[in-house]
Ligand binder design. Structure first.
Ligand SMILES: [Zn+2]
Length: 301
């Protein structure tokens, strides 16, 4: 961490002397750095032409394990506003946000605590983007924050916020009717790490995972055995890999279930903690959730 601070100081010096080009293209737009693609997507939808957004973590990147690079530190220093998830999602970046409190905004802190889920060790579960209803709670507070930075565009930000909020709320209704195609006793979602608790609550699925909410801990042997027993006993048809987590634990689980005499398939790849590629439908939060619902409905129905 001391090395990181030293690196930050050196980079601030280089930026102040004009020795490094700015990572942002625009001089006039509000310069935003978002940690995850999910937050960048929201910032772009709300900010439109008034903002320039850089996302630090691209497709397939695990935010729990992410360490900022020297390039990231330069981007964070140059930003007008830093948007992060919080709720301990970006575990290895916390001190950076603490050191830049004036321009850091945690979208997770905007969600009323009675809508947050508590995970292990009494920590809040950070995976709020998987529930359109919960994610929608971050929209108005973020619009307020953008308006604070750019008061002239206040009305524009709030008009967009109302529209995006409406879209997320109708997404829940649309996708619940998809989930209805799965027989009730098949509505069980098994993944590598426990990213889908909000998703499960919103769409009515029972959720199980090999690892907890954080990918930093080793998968326990007991969790693996218990889950293999459960899948074999309840004859679950499919389990799922995640784009930002190694498929190794899910493949090991599949072998353990097979050893119990039940054939479970890998039902596809879900976007858990990172969006798909920019420019594809899965490159947005709404597209990510749609993909996940479609993938698991196909495999479990
Ligand atoms: Zn996660």
């Amino acid at each position: 961490m001391r090395q990181l601070r030293l690196l930050a100081l050196v980079l601030i010096g280089l930026l102040l002397c004009g020795c490094l080009p700015s990572p942002f293209k625009s001089e006039e737009k509000l310069r935003i750095v978002a940690t995850t693609g999910m937050i960048a997507d929201l910032a772009r939808s709300l900010g439109g032409e008034q903002v320039e957004v850089i996302s630090l973590m691209g497709p397939g990147v695990d935010p729990h394990l992410y360490r900022p690079t020297a390039r990231d530190i330069a981007r964070l220093n140059d930003a007008d506003l830093i948007l992060f998830n919080g709720l301990h999602l970006e575990g290895r970046m916390a001190s950076i946000f603490e050191n830049l409190p004036e321009k850091s905004f945690a979208v997770g802190a905007a969600v009323p605590s009675d809508q947050l889920l508590i995970a292990e060790e009494d920590e809040f579960d950070p995976h709020i983007w998987h529930s359109p209803d919960v994610w929608a709670k971050t929209i108005q507070p973020l619009a307020d924050r953008l308006a604070r930075e750019r008061p002239d565009s206040k009305d524009l930000f709030h008009t967009r916020a109302n529209q995006i909020e409406g879209e997320f709320l109708s997404l829940t209704a649309e996708l619940r009717s998809e989930i209805d195609k799965i027989p009730p006793d098949h509505r069980i979602l098994v993944t590598a790490h426990d990213a889908f608790a909000y998703f499960g609550r919103t769409f009515g699925l029972e959720v199980h995972a090999i690892q907890g909410i954080n990918t930093t801990a080793e998968a326990g042997a007991k969790a693996m055995t218990d889950l293999a027993d459960l899948i074999a006993e309840r004859k679950i048809k499919a389990i799922f890999v995640e784009t930002s987590v190694s498929p190794a634990t899910i493949e090991a689980l599949q072998r353990a279930v097979r050893a119990r005499g039940h054939e479970v398939v890998v039902g596809g790849e879900l976007y858990s903690d990172a969006l798909g590629a920019a420019g594809t439908p899965e490159g947005t939060v709404a597209g990510m959730i749609r993909h996940n619902v479609r993938t698991l409905t196909e495999a479990l129905k």
